[in-house]
Write a protein that binds this ligand. Structure first.
Ligand SMILES: *[C@@H]1O[C@H](CO)[C@@H](O)[C@H](O)[C@H]1NC(C)=O
Length: 313
């Protein structure tokens, strides 16, 4: 793999600049749509989905095609163009490429909506663009976020907008410190600590499912488990800049491995009560931990085999 020399940085700039220019224009377009929202909400939603599709597909193509990231996918096959609530574990910036990979296959890339920080709304163009698209912008204080969520949910429930409503249930990226905090929390509250993960925040998930389960077109909850490896090291992913600038990201035995494991659960089969739903998510996280540990061993085994065969050569 190319080392991160000046040429790599230059390569990153050359690849990124046209996309940034388009991103800027896309956000101006989206911002112009914002005042039209009350007049023609469905058209604005569709137009913003189309604009978002171009922006996201471009960056995804840069990552996969131009920079050679190979993303492998396992688990349940998803129906085409099905609306869903999507939950995933959060390792790093690259996670969004993993989710987009699955969204492209399911024909839902333009319909992806992510929970975003409310402060973004005040960032000219970029934030307004996200707002126009109908991104839920939350402060992670659920009482305060109620009004915002009602707004987002009403578009989905009343207007039947197709959507993948995506959230990272751990609310923050996985780090050693956060893991220790999660362990302490689970010990005090006698909750199971999932392996390789932080204990999930259940409130947002429960609120989302309770609102959306009444609408017939949101038929499922998707649970994505994201895993990485690099140079034989578990859960090491490239930095944001590396994903944009380095070529051959997945080439060679030491290249990055990107994997996403997909599970689909029919909305109708989820438990009814809030506490049971929270437990349901908790259970998913414990299972994800077991799956991740299996993946870690599998990759490690392959790495050891690789070393053996190189020794034998
Ligand atoms: C928006 O897109 C959906 C799905 O592609 C379509 O069924 C609907 O008619 C569109 N609405 C408008 C107002 O264009």
């Amino acid at each position: 793999m190319a080392s991160a020399g000046p040429l790599t940085h230059l390569r990153g700039l050359v690849l990124l600049l046209p996309w940034l220019l388009w991103l800027f224009q896309a956000n101006i377009l989206l911002s112009l749509l914002l005042p039209l929202k009350p007049i023609s909400p469905d058209r604005v939603y569709n137009a913003s989905s189309t604009i978002a599709y171009t922006v996201w597909l471009w960056i995804q193509t840069l990552f996969e095609r131009l920079n050679g990231a190979v993303i492998t996918v396992s688990g349940d096959a998803l129906p085409q163009r099905e609306s869903a609530v999507v939950v995933a574990n959060h390792v790093t910036w690259s996670d969004f490429y993993m989710i987009q990979k699955v969204a492209v296959r399911a024909g839902m890339l333009g319909r992806c909506r992510w929970f975003a920080k409310v402060q973004l709304r005040y960032v000219p163009f970029l934030g307004w663009g996200l707002w126009a698209m109908g991104m839920p912008m939350v402060s992670r204080r659920w009482m305060r976020d109620r009004v915002e969520l009602e707004r987002v949910f009403s578009g989905i429930v009343r207007r039947r907008w197709p959507i993948w409503l995506i959230s990272f249930s751990e609310a923050t990226r996985f780090t050693r410190t956060k893991y220790a905090e999660s362990q302490a929390f689970c010990a005090v509250n006698s909750r199971p600590q999932p392996q390789h993960l932080l204990y999930p925040r259940t409130k947002g998930f429960v609120t989302t499912v309770q609102h959306l389960r009444s609408t017939p077109h949101v038929r499922a909850v998707y649970d994505f488990t994201i895993a990485y490896q690099h140079g034989g090291e578990w859960h090491v992913a490239p930095s944001m800049w590396d994903t944009l600038s380095q070529r051959g990201l997945s080439s060679g035995a030491a290249g990055y491995r990107f994997h996403v494991h997909v599970r689909r659960f029919a909305m109708a089969e989820l438990p009814r009560g809030d506490d049971d739903l929270a437990k349901w998510l908790e259970h998913r996280w414990v299972e994800k931990g077991v799956w991740l540990e299996g993946k870690r061993r599998e990759w490690k085994g392959e790495g050891d085999l690789g070393k053996e065969s190189r020794r034998a050569d």
